[in-house]
Design a protein around this ligand. Structure first.
Ligand SMILES: [Zn+2]
Length: 282
């Protein structure tokens, strides 16, 4: 049984999603340290400085499109790097301004924040993204409606399915392209002193991602791999990603695409409509 139809009879979709956070997450969580602690900032600047060019070369070599979710902070502070992503033809999507957790915000502050992000893209890049991934994948019940109000067509932050589904709002439906912590590099690779997740060997991570890909491919899923340049941009980890891509590219019937194209496909085919998300306001 085909669980979800993909274009041209493809069996599954694969989206490489890069969250170009740069220093924004640290700036948000600990602005005092960000103002004085050079080490933490340089660790994250490795992303735009070294990793993004390396990732762009990899994608170019393999002919794979990607979706880059970029905080306003990164657009403002690393404009040339973001322009190089844009020039390479990849998708750019919103990802907060200074990587804010939107959950504690009231409606007005949340709307202001969305508009600020769009203003930054407009000012520096001359574009208005229509895709969104929430920092920390944290969302409010009203967020889908606010995203629709600002012209977004998809969100890429929730974990409720293997394939796209829809979030109903009074302004129409927002496509949800689901993510998963299992398919995020940070829980495996990120170094945090004292945390239980000691840095993982790329072979282990790729092994796990390969198993998940095989299952998702069998089940006609949308395999969204979320990575951070400052984390996954190290050579050994990108080599691991290439081993995963070798496996995926050998498999017939995989649609390598962007989150935006997945969203457009979901809208045009109206599949998975039986999923109703509870708790959303009218
Ligand atoms: Zn992020």
């Amino acid at each position: 049984m085909t669980r979800y139809r993909w274009p041209d009879g493809k069996q599954s979709a694969v989206v490489l999603s890069w969250h170009v956070d740069a220093e924004s997450g640290h700036e948000y969580r600990d602005p005092q340290s960000a103002a004085t602690q050079l080490g933490d900032m340089e660790e994250r600047r490795y992303g735009p400085r070294v990793a993004v060019p390396r990732i762009l070369r990899l994608l170019d070599r393999r002919g794979i499109p990607a979706s880059f979710c970029v905080p306003g902070y990164t657009v403002r502070h690393h404009t040339a790097v973001v322009k190089s992503i844009q020039a390479a033809g990849h998708e750019l999507a919103c990802h907060g301004d200074v990587h804010e957790d939107i959950h504690p915000l009231d409606e007005e502050a949340e709307r202001d924040l969305l508009q600020r992000q769009l203003g930054i893209f407009e000012e520096h890049l001359g574009i208005r993204p229509r895709g969104y991934s929430s920092p920390f994948w944290s969302m409010n019940l009203r967020t889908p409606r606010l995203l629709k109000e600002e012209g977004f067509i998809y969100d890429n932050s929730l974990m409720g399915d293997d394939t796209p589904y829809f979030l109903e709002t009074r302004h129409g439906e927002l496509v949800e392209i689901p993510v998963q912590w299992l398919l995020d590099d940070a829980p495996f690779y990120r170094h945090v002193y004292g945390a239980s997740n000691a840095m993982a060997d790329p072979d282990r991570v790729v092994g796990q991602w390969t198993q998940e890909f095989r299952g998702m491919h069998r089940e006609n899923g949308c395999f969204v791999l979320t990575m951070h340049p400052w984390i996954s941009g190290r050579t050994s980890r990108l080599d691991g990603l290439e081993r995963l891509l070798d496996v995926i590219q050998e498999e017939p019937g995989v649609w390598f695409t962007t989150a935006m194209q997945v969203a457009e496909w979901a809208i045009s085919t109206q599949q998975n409509k039986e999923v109703k998300v509870r708790g959303l306001p009218d």
